[in-house]
Design a protein around this ligand. Structure first.
Ligand code: AKG
Ligand code: FE2
Length: 380
């Protein structure tokens, strides 16, 4: 069982040092964050700024700013919050993220996008109308009306328009052509793929931020609350490619995510089914599966699967043709922090749940036995 770490720099934590290499000024001053958020305060939108952390972290943290800071400009608030967030990154990670930032800047200054319209999310051209309506109605009922749950905790629904899939495929091809022609070494999505590309690295991050904020978080809030579905605040967005001269299959693994979106973009192929074997916490990741946890899923272009990152899975060999899938590993920093203090994950780990039920059964059986014994004694 592998843990698919993405490239480390794609995590929630991204950083930049100030010019002289120190974390300075504002955050070191006497300004203190509020312990409890100011719920009345409407935070700014940070999506259009070039930030070192996910824009939604800034919007959440803004509610904790000292009252006198709230009147400051958005840039000043962002700078103040960045300095606070940076304090939580170890030096090694700061250096790595600084390098990654430079890597992205290099791509940005040389790569010329082919379809600029992909870089801003346009719901009506990206999504099928059923998906769009369900999200804009924003009720559990509207979500359920478009979703099928072929196996427990696996959501399947039509998501992308065929034209959008084609456009994205053509942008990816264009990017890969540029990589070859420019002889540029790119980072692959993670350790298990030799092919594929990280969409966040070549300019699509703001679009994917919006996709997560406005479309995936509402769904995850309803269907995956136990793994931080309502507080998803960063992502790793990429494509994987299978076929002749590409990757063939993908081993059994868990994702470095709380919730994963996996949408097939095409093209024509056979094979490539996903196999699922139930969600597990770190401690139980290598335990066996219950029969009801075993499920196989066949990809179809435009169709999405949404699942917990800890839902163990892999992809069978793509036996002919060319398969390209779009993935978003969505993460919640709040959930990750809380997880550090928990031992029982029975709300989502199949094995924790099974052990809990076993304990409850034996407690019930012991109580029953004691009652029977007592009754027998008093009757004697
Ligand atoms: O090939 C697929 O569809 C699965 C990819 C996957 O599980 C991943 O990239 O984490
Ligand atoms: Fe995966």
């Amino acid at each position: 069982m592998s843990h698919r770490g993405g490239n480390p720099n794609a995590s929630a934590a991204k950083s930049e040092l100030t010019g002289n290499g120190t974390v300075s000024t504002l955050a070191n001053s006497r300004q203190r964050l509020r312990l409890n958020p100011n719920k009345e305060h409407k935070p700014e939108v940070y999506a259009d700024l070039e930030l070192d952390f996910s824009p939604s972290i800034f919007s959440s943290l803004e509610r904790h700013l000292p009252p006198n800071m709230l009147v400051n400009s958005r840039d000043d608030k962002a700078k103040f919050m960045t300095e606070i967030l940076l304090k939580y990154l170890p030096t090694g990670e700061r250096n790595r993220t600084q390098k990654h930032k430079e890597y992205r800047q290099k791509i940005k200054s040389y790569y010329q996008p082919l379809h600029p319209e992909l870089y801003t999310l346009n719901p009506t051209t990206f999504f099928v109308p059923t998906f769009l309506k369900a999200i804009s109605d924003n009720t559990e009922q509207s979500f359920r009306s478009i979703i099928s749950e072929p196996s427990s905790d696996l959501l399947v629904f039509q998501m992308f328009q065929p034209d959008f899939c084609e456009l994205l495929l053509s942008e990816i091809e264009h990017f890969e052509r540029w990589v070859t022609e420019a002889n540029f070494r790119i980072m692959r999505p993670n350790r298990m793929n030799k092919f594929g590309a990280v969409l966040d690295d070549f300019g699509l991050e703001p679009m994917l931020d919006k996709l997560m904020d406005d479309f995936l978080r509402p769904l995850s809030r309803v269907f995956f609350p136990e793994v931080g579905g309502s507080t998803l605040d960063s992502h790793h967005g990429f494509v994987v490619e299978y076929g002749k001269d590409k990757d063939v299959d993908l081993g059994f693994h868990v994702d470095d995510s709380e919730v994963t979106l996996n949408v097939c973009l095409g093209k024509e192929f056979s094979g490539g089914e996903l196999f699922f074997r139930g969600s597990r916490c770190e401690k139980h990741v290598n335990t066996g599966s219950q029969p009801e946890e075993v499920f196989d899923y066949s990809h179809a272009p435009g169709r999405a699967v949404l699942h917990r990152g800890r839902h163990r899975h892999g992809a069978r060999a793509t036996t002919s043709g060319h398969r390209i899938n779009f993935l978003m590993w969505c993460r919640s920093s709040v959930f990750r922090e809380m997880k550090l203090y928990q031992k029982d994950f029975s709300s989502w780990c199949g094995e924790c749940n099974r052990m809990k039920q076993e304990r409850q059964h034996s407690t019930c059986a012991a109580t029953r036995l004691e009652l029977i014994t007592r009754e027998g004694e008093s009757a004697a």
